[in-house]
Design a protein. Sequence first.
Length: 207
Amino acid sequence: MEHTIRQDDLGTHIDWVLPGVTARQIDWFWSNMEKGFILWHPEQHEPLTWPVPPAHGNPLGAVHNAPQTWDDGRRQDLYIRFERLEDVPAALRERIRYAHAIIVAGLGFDLSAIETDMPLGYRLHQWQDSAGGVVGSSTAIGLAKPETPADGLVWAAHAAGEIGNWAHFLPDLYRLYSVVTDPRRNPFADLSLNGSGAAAHYRHIPA
């Protein structure tokens, strides 16, 4: 994977190019993270669970617990929610420029955090098909928990590892699960967008 990291007043950004993966496979992954979470970052991830599982066709509002340990040695239970685009700061939505996207909110570090109305911060992941693979970008911003540039670089190292590992397992995992037609066990949500920036909205998910 080719990638570059940059930082500005909003937060930390990774621009990436990933061969051998399709946008549809990445769409599928977000509703099926438990199937490949350890493969996504074998050195730092533990098994993922869904306190609020995604619904077939619409994962927004789903919450997962993603236990992991980053390069700084912090082991964390991270409770993370898939957000409606209109519920996140306009400054983040204005960065949407690719054809598919998901925005997640970091809620906190234990189960009680899923009731919070003030996320610690947000992550915007966006991607689209390109010649031989996908091109995309990932952005991290702090909110209730401010993120220093140093914090952003720790996140970027972790996230770049995750994105690069998609190429090693995601096409095969997507193919293997294509035989599972029950959407309760193999949900799918099309995360393609109409429009870009703050006006972007999901093409197939109701607002």
